[in-house]
Write a protein that binds this ligand. Structure first.
Ligand code: HEM
Length: 228
């Protein structure tokens, strides 16, 4: 097997994943004042609303779909009565819904970045590269769902589990169509690039918002003394 090919499906994933983990930790410690999503909402709201809502809901559910669908071996799902046919059926329709949302959202965000003069003036090349990479990865993913009906359960899925258990088998990826290879390599590269971009904010999901105490901005009548 070609050496480049072996490196791409054994070494490259660990390079990206290590950069992802170490890079985010390093940046969190050394660059705390720049740790944010660099919101551009005050410059333009409307297309950001549609783009960001579509993209974020799409990408978060896509993540859970990938994790559940790829990391659990089919033989365990068979025990629960979820056959490969059912698995593929559910993966197709749910992947179509959330993948399309992520792709269309990313496309709208890219269009906004490239056409709105205020966003262009305040944005950076890094922002355009980040959103373009998201369009490429989600675009390849949705292309695979719609046009390339390839069974990933016995090829890409065990390869990914091999990565998780530190025993990747590059032979599993040999027969995989090129559009899937672009999707996988692109997604890994994006993970490696993440610490150098605004994607750092994925670690700052405001979960505590749902359970935190109310912030009271006015005095409750009769409860707080006027002298305070
Ligand atoms: C974990 C939960 C997440 C939260 C709470 C979150 C929150 C946010 C917020 C507040 C913004 C700024 C929007 C604005 O300009 O006002 C943003 C932008 C963005 N987010 Fe997220 N995000 C999350 C996950 C993700 C993930 C998983 C990705 C991609 C893999 C992502 C990619 C982006 C991108 C590319 C932008 C910039 C859009 C643009 O301005 O062109 N986010 N996010």
């Amino acid at each position: 097997m070609d050496k480049i090919y072996v490196l791409l499906f054994t070494v490259f994933p660990y390079l990206c994943l290590t950069t992802f983990v170490v890079g985010h930790a390093f940046r969190y410690v050394t660059d705390r004042f720049n740790w944010n999503a660099r919101s551009s909402e005050f410059l333009e709201k409307k297309s950001l609303f549609y783009g960001a809502v579509l993209f974020h809901w799409g990408i978060v559910f896509t993540f859970f779909g990938h994790a559940g669908g790829m990391l659990i071996p089919q033989r365990y799902l068979d025990l629960l009565g979820i056959t490969a046919e059912i698995h593929i059926f559910v993966a197709f329709w749910s992947g179509l819904a959330v993948g399309l949302a992520a792709f269309l959202g990313a496309l709208l965000l890219l269009w906004r970045r490239l056409t709105n003069p205020r966003i262009q003036a305040a944005g950076t090349l890094n922002d355009i590269v980040t959103v373009s990479a998201l369009v490429l990865v989600t675009g390849a993913g949705i292309y695979n769902v719609i046009f390339s009906h390839y069974n990933v359960l016995y090829t890409i899925a065990p390869w990914i589990r091999g990565i998780v258990f530190f025993a990747p088998d590059p032979y599993l990826m040999i027969e995989v169509p090129v559009s899937y290879k672009i999707h996988v390599i692109g997604a890994l590269a994006l993970l490696g690039f993440s610490p150098f971009s605004r994607l750092i904010h994925i670690w700052s999901a405001p979960f505590s918002y749902a359970v935190r105490r109310y912030l009271v901005f006015r005095k409750l009548p009769g409860k707080v003394s006027d002298e305070i």
